[in-house]
Design a protein around this ligand. Sequence first.
Ligand SMILES: Nc1ncnc2c1ncn2[C@@H]1O[C@H](COP(=O)(O)OP(=O)(O)OP(=O)(O)O)[C@@H](O)[C@H]1O
Length: 681
Amino acid sequence: MPSRLSPPDTPPPVTNTHHHLHTLPLILTGSLTLTGALLIILITILLYRKLSRNRTTPSDLALTSPQHYQCRRFSYTQLRRATNSFSDSTQLGHGGFGTVYKADLPSGTSLAVKVMDSSAGSLQGEREFHNELSLSSHLTDSPHVVSLLGFSEDRRNRRLVLVYELMANRSLQDSLLGLKCVELMDWSKRFEIATDVAKGIEFLHHCCDPPIIHGDVKPSNILLDSDFKAKIGDFGLARVKSEALVSGNETRVLIEEDEMRKDVVEEDNGSILEESESVITLFEEGNNAVSFSPEIGASPGVVSVLSPESCGVSVLTVEASPPGGTENCAVSVLTASPGAALGLSPEKGSVSESCLEQMSVESGCKQKVVGSKRDWWWKQDNNGGSRGGIESGSVKDYVMEWIGSEIKKDNNKEWIKNGDGSSSSTVSKKKKKKKKRKPREWWKEEFCEELTRKKRKKKKKKRGISSISSIDSWFHRDNDHEQSHNHPTKKKKRNSIDWWVDGLSGDLKSVKKHSQDSGLWCDVNVHKSGGVSSTPSMRGTVCYIAPECGGGGGVLSEKCDVYSFGVLLLVLVSGRRPLQVTASPMSEFERANLISWAKQLACHGNLLELVDKSIHSLVKEQAVLCVTIALLCLQRSPVKRPTMKEIVQMLTGASEPPHLPFEFSPSPPMGFPFKSRKKAR
Ligand SMILES: Nc1ncnc2c1ncn2[C@@H]1O[C@H](COP(=O)(O)OP(=O)(O)OP(=O)(O)O)[C@@H](O)[C@H]1O
């Protein structure tokens, strides 16, 4: 029997199951590890992104704030393309903290794009950027306010961009004072602009809740559309009212004249200050008071010393003031004084070094000239407050220095000559003999005579400190005119330089910036013609800002805007800058300060002389109305100034035409009442 061969024992087929059982954990572990790794990477990325977001600039953070969502975020690339990579050909203008370009979008729409200055340390540009954005939502409802359409940013280059509606005729500064557009030679257009601007500010003050104070009303911030309709722009310095009412840490100590003298006597201990006669650090608005740094004379430090008796105003640095006396003290003269800069020493007809020398001799101190005008400016700047502003007194100083620099110019030699060609040294003597002086010479008489008077006075009071009152009277007779009307017995003599510098207050907050950037010691531009422009490079401009708001530490209120509007009205009516000397200084000088000129014209009942000669179709009543309103706005006392609501009512005829402020109304003809009474008898 065949044996059946049983198949050899073959090992049972090895199934994959077993193998799978072995590899599964491996796979699982692998995939879990992978997932974990991925998760870790993801978390790391998220964490990194979060951290890097935290590390971004304040501007990045601010751009995510809810207020900013109300504005549209534009693509930076799109704007770059639309402005041809921000080329010069598309540039509309340049301000203190940015350049404005015209952007032509592919859709055919044109926009104005302001690229904030991103230079190192330009925090102000960034601040203004955020300020504008945060206020924009309040400003959408007025046809008299330029619309902010949105913003953009270039993170890589840290560039911040604001996007506005395009105003075809750019600013009033450009159109009226620069290009002198023919459209603006029509009176009705100018009056319309005045009314539109008034309505715009009225909207800010009376329709916004809380009210908004613009803080920088001036022609370069009034923009004109294709129809020359005006809108207010540039809210970089604007504040909502609650924020604006700041006085804070910059409280100034106002010291009565006598108190001041006493303090100086007590403080100086026979040091240089005794001889330097007066001490001043800050000026305060129209109070005939001077704020005073208590460390003066007590310790080595920087002190501003004014000495009008000897040579106008000088700023000195007391480098060392030993308690024992004056022998070894060193006084550094930081700059020439206005009087010095004027180059007017009444006796010698020239410059200040002699004055400084004299002061040095009299003080018994070693003095050295260590600085320039700019040093002096900076010094004032440092004293002036957080915004780097300076006080109105310093503006006066500046103006006087500027006059001096103009006088020094060769082509202006006639300024310091009499009509007969004699030099200024003889001016004061000759003038005394004259009964009637020529109107064009008032200013130099005043300078020379004032300085001579002070010098004589100084000799009498050798060790006195009367100069505090002298400075006071020289620079701070702000309310004299009012006082003389109200209290005829207390009438003080108000000299012409007071008239001249009247109203030239200002917060030169950009001086520092411009001084640094451009090397200018002040950014008021002196043109070849000899004219002075307060814009375009200024912010919170000299001549436009109210005296009480100057210096950065003042109280910012609606009345500051009212004051600026007053200056703007005068500029609109006259078609010129607030401070300007034309090519023929001798004949034009008394008109150089628009504000004081307007006040003088008002006193003479001749307001229409202020009107731009190029204007046609003039409506005289409207012109007089505008100047009258301007003078109301320019009153020193903020409470006396009208509100913007009242101004709009006056301009639109909704209320009675206003009367000139009492102090500027023409005096009645002398003797009139007596004559009439006699006749009656
Ligand atoms: N929306 C706009 N449309 C057309 N031009 C504009 C517009 N905004 C500004 N400009 C032009 O750009 C210029 C610069 O404006 P910007 O607001 O930067 O500075 P500013 O007001 O002249 O000076 P500052 O910034 O120092 O106050 C203006 O004078 C104006 O000519």
